[in-house]
Structure formats: structure tokens, C-alpha cells
Ligand binder design. Structure first.
Ligand SMILES: C[S@@+](CC[C@H](N)C(=O)[O-])C[C@H]1O[C@@H](n2cnc3c(N)ncnc32)[C@H](O)[C@@H]1O
Length: 398
């Protein structure tokens, strides 16, 4: 099992379209102007993350400043490798030289991500990219290619889980919480990479019927494949599936990109600045465990599962993985991914964290619960592992 946490993904629900596949800046739409005026402060949030040690404290100011900046633009070329290379070549030849020649310090040429060469990022925000005259042609090109399905506007960290899963054309892949489907598409590309008719397939599941519709009619319609099936089930109860001979299918790869507080998505979901409390993570913890557990049950012996969230909260990340390992009694082990994507800057996982409630009251153990109603919220699996457990679990793996 691979634990991929601390990704900052962006999934604002909007209309009927999968946001991650859109290029236009919806925040500029009439009626959405309020987004710009959000005060990018939340004292509980800052205090909570100062206490959790998920990154060195001396980086706190940098962390805060990064969350308060606009989200940098990133996009990924889709399709088979030949088409991708041709399109990348075209983009670089047609636009990059002109941008460099303009010598405008406000404009940055998109750069290929060191850990994913088909993906590009520029520190400029979407609004800046859209509005700068030197970038107008590049912007139009990106919009057109996104509409043709050759390019996906996807936040860089959202690209990591499929890369760590690394399915091949032989693999059966279960994507438990798939909509709107940017990772599903990436997984499909990978199983098609060297094989037009792969033996393997992706089952893309989501509990939300409308989001399944988006997945099928917006995301997957641009991807010609016979190797994908969409199901609409509660992932925590995902049923056994039988093949044509009646044998039960176990999956080589499972992605549990679970529902979460999204507290790593502040840059794209500004309403979180106003609303966030530690309760957001507490309330989802049991559901996250249930989904991850079901994913593990569907995994083949020797298979690989990635558990991922858009949160940096150890309650939503390490605590869930710890409970999964505890429950598995040695059948699951955490994989050290430090040798995969070596250019990706990352922090190690943590073995220790603190449990706070909505009002930032600290609970060191279950004995600290004084109110009856909190017994349902503060559950044993929220607490960090004992020293002995920690030695076995390797939650520090990056
Ligand atoms: C973080 S989003 C997934 C993003 C998606 N993997 C992607 O890359 O585009 C979480 C998804 O989980 C779905 N979800 C929430 N609870 C679920 C459940 N019990 N079973 C299956 N899906 C669930 C939501 O509808 C939402 O689409």
C-alpha cells in the first residue's frame, strides 16, 4: 500500500462540468466576485497546523504565504505518447519563443514539472494567464486543446496518486471515489500507454449519481476506450464483482482518493477560509477508514493501493492509514515511495499528532472526553499509534 497524503487538490463543485477539466476561470464569472474579497485568514487553521508538525515549524511563514497566494496554473497533456509529444512540441515552438522574446518580467513561460514531463506549470494564476496580452495566443491554444480532450487542467499534486499506482496494461484497477475523473483519465492513459487494447481495465466508482454523469459525459467522453466501466456505489460497501467465469475479481491497483475536508484546497475553494474548523476532519474520519478498508479488501495479494486526500491533516491521512494497518494485522504494509518520483519535493509522514475538537480543545486520550455527545466524535482511531505500533507501521515513510 502506498500512502500519498498532503496533496492539495482542487474540486469545487460547479454547474455540470468537471472543474478539473475546465480551463476558464470561473471565479471571474458574474456573481462570483465575492471570491476575490475573501479574507485569507483562519486563526484555528494556523494554530492547528502549527501544532501538528506535518512540516518543520520554521517553514510556517512560507506555508502560510503559499496558501495565501493564487493557485499556480498547471496542466497535463493527455493521450498516447506520440500525440502528446507532437502537441508539446507545437506548444513550445509556437508560443514559448515569443514569450521569452517579449522580456516581460510579469510573464513566466510554463515549465515542465521535473517529476512529470508531460505536465506543465507556471507560477502565474489563471486570471493572470488569461488577461496578459502576450499569453493570449497560448491561452487560446490551451482552451482549444482542453476542449478537444488533449489536455487536462489539473492541479499538480492531483497528478501524483496515479503516478504512484503506476498501473500497466495488464492491471485491473479500482478507482473508488472517481468523479470528476482527472485521475481516472490518467490511470486509463497509463494502461493504454503501450497497448491500444489492454487486457486490464479501470472500474471508476462514485457514490454521487450526478458526479458519475459528469465523469461519463464530460471526462470520459473525450477518451476512446473499451477498458473502463463506471459504477455508482457507496465505496465503503463496494460489492464483489465476478468475471465471466464466475471467479471473483481482485484488483491489482486500488485508488482510494477519498472524500475529505479539502483543507489543502484553500487556494481554489476560498470559502474554506471562513468555515474551517478541526471538526471537518473529525467528521469524515470513520467514512475514510471504511472506504480505505473496503479498498484493501478488494486488493489482490501483492497489489498496491494508494490512499489520498486533499488535506494535510494527520487525522485524515496518517490516522486513517494507521487504523488500516492495525486492522490488517500484518496483511498490509506501507511502501516507502521515496525512490519513486525522486524529483518531487515531499515531507515525511508523521507518527505523532494532536486531536483537537471544533473549538481547539485538545484531547490527549479518550479520558479527556467530558461531554457525552463527544464520545461519538472522538474515537480511538483518531489517536496516534503507540511507540510499539509506530515501529511496525512506518508512518514516517514519504
Ligand atoms: C476528492 S473527490 C475525488 C476526485 C477524483 N478522484 C478525481 O481525481 O477527479 C471525492 C469523491 O468522492 C465521492 N464520494 C464521497 N463519498 C463517497 C462514498 N461513500 N463512496 C464513493 N464515493 C464517494 C464524491 O462524490 C467525490 O466525487
Amino acid at each position: 500500500m502506498v500512502h500519498s497524503s498532503r496533496r492539495r487538490n482542487f474540486n469545487k463543485k460547479k454547474g455540470h462540468e468537471p472543474r478539473e477539466n475546465k480551463w476558464r476561470d470561473d471565479r471571474d464569472a458574474p456573481g462570483n466576485q465575492g471570491y476575490r474579497e475573501v479574507l485569507k485568514e483562519n486563526e484555528k487553521y494556523w494554530e492547528y497546523y502549527k501544532q501538528q508538525n506535518v512540516f518543520p515549524l520554521e517553514q510556517f511563514d512560507e506555508f502560510k504565504a503559499a496558501l495565501q497566494r493564487d493557485l499556480p496554473v498547471s496542466f497535463r497533456f493527455q493521450g498516447c505518447h506520440k500525440d502528446r509529444e507532437q502537441l508539446i512540441h507545437e506548444m513550445e515552438n509556437r508560443f514559448f519563443g515569443k514569450i521569452v522574446e517579449a522580456e516581460d518580467t510579469a510573464v513566466c513561460v510554463p515549465k515542465s514539472l521535473p517529476w512529470y514531463k508531460e505536465a506543465y506549470q507556471t507560477p502565474m494564476s489563471r486570471t493572470a494567464v488569461r488577461s496578459h496580452p502576450i499569453l493570449a495566443q497560448l491561452h487560446n491554444f490551451l482552451v482549444t486543446e482542453a476542449e478537444l480532450g488533449n489536455l487536462s487542467r489539473q492541479e499538480a499534486v492531483s497528478m501524483i496518486p496515479p503516478l504512484l499506482l503506476a498501473p500497466t496494461s495488464e492491471h485491473y484497477v479500482l478507482d473508488l471515489c472517481a468523479a470528476p475523473g482527472s485521475k481516472t483519465t490518467q490511470l486509463l492513459e497509463m494502461i493504454h500507454e503501450n497497448d491500444e487494447n489492454p487486457k486490464g481495465m479501470v472500474i471508476a466508482n462514485d457514490v454521487d449519481m450526478k458526479r458519475c454523469y459528469m465523469l461519463i459525459h464530460h471526462t470520459l467522453k473525450r477518451f476512446r476506450t473499451a477498458a473502463c466501466a463506471v459504477t455508482c456505489e457507496d465505496a465503503a460497501r463496494f460489492p464483489q464483482i465476478a468475471d465471466s467465469d464466475g471467479g471473483l475479481i481482485q484488483f491489482d491497483r486500488v485508488l482510494a482518493d477519498v472524500i475529505c475536508s479539502g483543507d489543502g484546497t484553500l487556494r481554489k475553494n476560498p470559502e474554506i477560509w471562513k468555515k474551517w474548523t478541526p471538526q471537518d476532519g473529525l467528521g469524515l474520519h470513520r467514512m475514510q477508514i471504511a472506504i480505505a478498508r473496503k479498498g484493501a479488501q478488494h486488493l489482490k495479494v501483492g497489489g498496491r493501493m494508494v490512499y489520498s486526500t486533499c488535506s494535510m491533516n494527520p487525522i485524515e491521512d496518517e490516522a486513517v492509514v494507521a487504523q488500516l494497518l492495525r486492522d490488517s494485522k500484518g496483511s498490509l504494509k506501507l511502501v516507502d515511495t521515496s525512490k519513486m518520483l525522486p524529483e518531487l519535493k515531499r515531507e515525511n509522514g508523521v507518527n505523532q499528532w494532536k486531536v483537537f475538537d471544533r473549538d481547539m480543545k485538545l484531547y490527549n486520550s479518550l479520558e479527556d472526553i467530558s461531554e457525552e455527545k463527544m464520545k461519538k466524535v472522538i474515537v480511538p482511531s483518531l489517536f496516534p499509534p503507540t511507540e510499539e505500533e509506530a515501529k511496525e507501521m512506518n508512518l514516517h515513510y514519504s
